[in-house]
Design a protein around this ligand. Sequence first.
Ligand SMILES: [Zn+2]
Length: 331
Amino acid sequence: MDLGATRLRAAAVSAAGQILVRHEARTLSDGSPRALVGSAIDLLGAVAADLPEGARAGLEGIGISAVGPLDPARGTLLGPPNLGDGYRGLELAGPLGRHFGLPASLERDTNVAALGERALGAARDRDDFMYVTVSTGVGGGVFAGGKLLGGAGGFAGELGHVPVGFDGPACGCGQAGHLEAYASGTGLARRGREAVAAGRSETLARRARRKAGGTIDAVDVAAAAEEGDAAAEQIVGEAVEAFALAALGFVNAFDPGLIVVGGGVAAGLGDRLLEGAREKVERFALAPPARCTRIVPAELGDDCGLIGCLPLVTGQAPAGAASRPGARMEA
Ligand SMILES: [Zn+2]
């Protein structure tokens, strides 16, 4: 199951990593935690009901990917800002596991995506790598020695809140100068709106006037930069630079050998974002071998939150995953 801020998705995934059945619903964020658990049970029940009897009998467990912060050991949410108040301490893994009589485990969405990329995506067979998602927010997961790095409290991998400057734009977390403030979809949009308010971008102002509601989003900022708008170009340039600096820091801190980059904003900015990071790491990584760190796009896309639940349940990559042909993208 993949619990996102707007969508709740559930799927049955085969041992080989294939999605057999899937269902989707809107995430109920009306402040009623019980309703959320109820709709999760309904959705998982619908998936199970659509399976052939043999497959239903063979279900091994429930993996739950959810927005953080959360406590994987207790299977509880810890007041995720994207779901609103009322979800702090909400037990998810326990009630779902008990209802279906299966072991259930909960993990942060970015860690689940990292598990998925390792099982079936761009990090197959890698014991050391990092996964970074650049999307509405920025987050990630760190694999070291074949294990997901949890940290002392289970919160390791909050890569979006790595500072890349002493000051800088405000971050959604309330601090300033974090990677997420520069490079996330939310950050790009916020900076675009500020440029319009300050009268610094005619292109963005024009785009805002053409849209219902007059809002600027990350796509507008990227498009305006493409059109040569100086303010938008500066915003995108700083996003690329912030990401490159953070990547350099990750390489020096963790020596991952491989950084897999997912998320819609990363896909939108395309090779520019990755190329900026590659250049920075190639030039400035401290240890010469680390300068060869590969920085590549993620392969699983939107389904990483579902497929990544498979290794969460089985604790290992799916059988035959390593020999899956094709699909691997080259740097
Ligand atoms: Zn932050």
